[in-house]
Design a protein around this ligand. Structure first.
Ligand code: DGJ
Length: 732
């Protein structure tokens, strides 16, 4: 790894974690051994270090005699701050002893540095081989509580990423309650920093928001039992002057699919503490003697080449070190999903009609969405009754799938395994399998309850249903949906001391089910979904290479949604379809071509009744299919550049993908609103080789990369609103 890896400098008691372009440093402070967060940023070549933690600066001097201990504890940039002993800023760890006390203080005990990266049992996590990764295990102890905290850090050889997680081990002979165990925390000296977060709603996921970091605590969270549409487990900390291409950008993301907090606190000494982890709201964990609690993983990125480079680093990490399975690096079949085509109103004949026409146009897979099971003709019933409705599908799944396979198409199916309808045989038989508080009427969402996946018998039952459906026919794809958050937290299987564990146990249950699924069906293409994109997070990406991005399939709205999503996640993960117009979410009409260009920056597929759209639009599908096959490899594996966003200027949007070897590039330009009495817009491309010459395939012109990037290219030939075009450049 040469200068990439982890070094311990014994003289200065400094751990230095080096990625290709960044350094992260921790120092053991004082003979007591507090862990101070020394530095995170651009790579430092140094091997000797000064008093960067400023522990010699009065009154922030560590003091064994306790006289000014508070001044020290409340000002030291702490590596993993604990609650209750004098650091009044955000804490990463809070406990409660049997005696009801909350004080906890951890100091350095021991460490290990080794090649590779350990798995996090039962949790999704990034991975890498011994050649690719190095790990630091920093063991700390609270000697009063007999509590051990192991902080894990991994650096990667090929990406500017540091991953973190924490393990808490109870070595006492009494149980202890964990009230808060975050995954990562670090302090930065303020430099006019701003915070970028992603907020949203159903059909409006991951809108980018930027604000100044003020004194006090600010941040985002979810207590919905899932990551949520409303806020996202991600913070980016940028300078006031940082842009897409220039300046510093820190990014922190959470490999977890449940409740989270991601916070920044600017304190009176102008340090900013960044913290991310499981939301302490709805969380308590009993740690019996000898037991271990493992936090999920946090991913940290630093870029001094702007926000764009931060995003590309996340993309590379997730493509190479998180997503698994057959479809990690391969083209996915172009699917047509019947949700917006038929909603619940379909049967075998209707699906075959769609499939026949779709196959003729080159579409490769039919996905049968919600409504094929139990008595489900609307969303009020039957979740949990995973038996084929033979009134709708005479001959069952097998007949339908065989007929579809005969057309040369694959078949995919929708399920919502985590839920149970109030009106279902499953709920009538096992009302106690739903998450509910005894004697309290639980809130319904879409007329359904959430199954208590903390219970093994519930997971086993659901898994048996999923596998028996998947084994009953030749099913190549599963859309795993989840359409309401968790409320009325109560499990009939947990005692009164353990109810606080339900939310986390639920998420672990989802992970266990999906791990079982992909182990038994390694060729299955799994797409996660949650009322659109309410659970679009790295946790789910560990199990499924793609996630349905949003129920808003309008091409123009998708520009915003996909832009926010691209802050962290690669295009290969974004479920994106061409749907019918007027768009079902907001009634907008956009040209069929534009819908294709926007969906191309995702997994690409269709969500319409192909038998009902105009012949003119039908005829465009084979061209779009060819477009997908031509560009998908580039889009899946290339470097993504955001050039202009309609969030900044509502009249246009432009992005591009450049091949890793710079041999080709694809620009997507959307003229959102036409303008009059202006010259055509000129776009400056990014990421090309300055001294290589590129053929502009559509015009036959050849220019150097320097020309495309500095002079730019003129967007002409577009007439009217919502028009788009692709520009393909090929290195000569
Ligand atoms: C929500 C999903 O986002 C939609 O695509 C569709 O599958 C519906 N659920 C079905 O109920």
């Amino acid at each position: 790894m040469d200068d990439i890896g982890i070094t311990y400098y014994e003289d200065s008691r400094v751990f230095k974690l080096d990625t290709p372009n960044t350094s992260y440093m921790i120092q053991i402070v004082d003979e007591e051994g507090f862990l101070g967060h020394m530095y995170y940023g651009a790579k430092l070549p140094d091997t000797t270090f000064g008093d960067w933690l400023r522990t010699k600066e009065y009154p922030f001097i560590p003091s064994k005699n306790n006289r000014e201990r508070l001044a020290f504890l409340d000002a030291l940039p702490m590596e993993y701050p604990t609650h209750g002993v004098g650091d009044f800023r955000l804490s990463a760890l809070e406990i409660k002893t049997q005696g009801g006390h909350h004080a906890c203080s951890i100091t350095y005990f021991d460490h290990k540095i080794y090649k590779g990266k350990p798995n996090l049992t039962g949790l999704p996590a990034t991975f890498g081989s011994d050649e690719e990764c190095e790990t630091l295990e920093l063991t700390c102890k609270d000697s009063v509580l007999n509590l051990t905290v192991i902080l894990n850090y991994t650096v990667f050889e090929d990406v500017d990423v540091i991953t973190r997680s924490a393990k808490v081990v109870n070595e006492a002979n009494q149980p202890i309650k964990l009230l808060k165990v975050l995954s990562a925390s670090f302090d930065l000296e303020d430099d006019n920093y701003e915070l970028i977060t992603l907020h949203g709603a159903w059909a409006r996921e991951r809108m980018v928001e930027r604000r100044k970091i003020a004194h006090g605590i600010q941040g985002v969270s979810s207590s919905r039992g899932e990551t949520s549409q409303q806020e996202h487990p991600f913070l980016s900390i940028v300078n006031k002057t940082t842009t897409e291409d220039y300046g510093e950008a820190y990014g922190i993301n959470f490999v977890y699919s449940g409740n989270f907090i991601a916070q920044a606190e600017k304190c009176s000494s102008d340090l900013i503490r960044i913290a991310i982890g499981i939301n302490p709201v709805n969380f308590e964990w009993n740690l019996d003697p000898g037991e271990i609690f493992t936090s999920p993983e946090a991913v940290m990125v630093y870029s001094n080449q702007g926000i764009g480079q931060m995003s590309r680093t996340f993309h590379d990490l997730y493509r190479n070190h998180l997503i698994r399975g057959k479809y990690k690096d391969s083209e996915r079949p172009i699917l047509i999903n019947n949700w917006e085509a038929t909603y619940f109103d379909f049967n075998t004949d209707k699906l075959l009609d769609i499939a026949r026409n779709a196959a003729r146009l080159g579409i490769e897979m039919l996905v049968m969405d919600d409504g094929w099971f139990g008595k489900r003709n609307d969303d009020n019933t039957s979740l949990g009754d995973w038996y084929v409705n033979e009134e709708k599908l005479p001959g069952g799944l097998n007949y339908l799938v065989e007929e579809i396979n005969k057309l040369g198409m694959k078949f995919g199916i929708w399920m919502e395994p985590e839920m149970v309808s109030k009106d279902s045989d499953l709920y009538r038989e096992h009302p106690d399998w739903a998450i509910q508080v005894p004697n309290r009427t639980a809130a319904l969402g879409r007329n359904q309850y959430v199954l208590d996946l903390s219970r093994k018998e519930v997971r086993d039952y659901i898994y048996e249903r999923i596998r028996s459906i998947l084994h009953s026919a030749n099913i190549a794809y599963l859309k795993w949906d989840m359409n309401r958050p968790l409320t009325d937290l109560g499990s009939y299987a947990l005692d009164e001391h353990s109810q606080g564990e339900l939310s986390h146990r639920y998420v672990l249950g989802v992970y266990e089910l999906q791990e079982r699924l992909i182990s038994e069906f390694p060729d299955l293409l799994l797409e996660n979904c949650s009322s659109g994109g309410a659970r679009f997070d790295p946790g789910m990406l560990y199990y499924s290479p793609q996630i349905w991005c949003s129920d808003d399939t309008d091409a123009i709205e998708r520009l915003k949604i996909q832009r926010g999503t691209s802050m962290i996640y690669p295009l290969s993960t974004m479920g994106a379809h061409v749907s019918d117009c007027p768009n079902h979410a907001l009634g907008r009409n956009t040209p069929f071509e534009t819908r294709g260009y926007v969906a191309l920056s995702g997994t690409f597929g269709y969500e319409l009744d192909v038998t009902k759209i105009s012949e003119e639009d039908q005829n465009k599908i084979p061209e779009q299919v060819a477009m997908y096959h031509k560009y998908n490899q580039l889009i899946r594996s290339g470097d993504y550049y955001r050039i202009a966003s309609m969030m900044d200027d509502p009249t246009f949007d432009c992005t591009m993908v450049v091949a890793k070897d710079k041999s080709e590039a694809l620009v997507t330009y959307i003229q959102v609103m036409a303008r009059v009495a202006y010259r055509n817009r000129r776009i400056h491309l990014k990421g090309l080789e300055e001294n290589s010459y590129y053929l502009w395939e559509e015009t036959g012109e050849v220019y150097s990369g320097a020309v495309y990037m500095n002079v730019g290219i003129t967007m002409d030939g577009l007439w009217g609103d919502y028009q788009g075009k692709l520009i393909h450049l090929i290195r000569q």
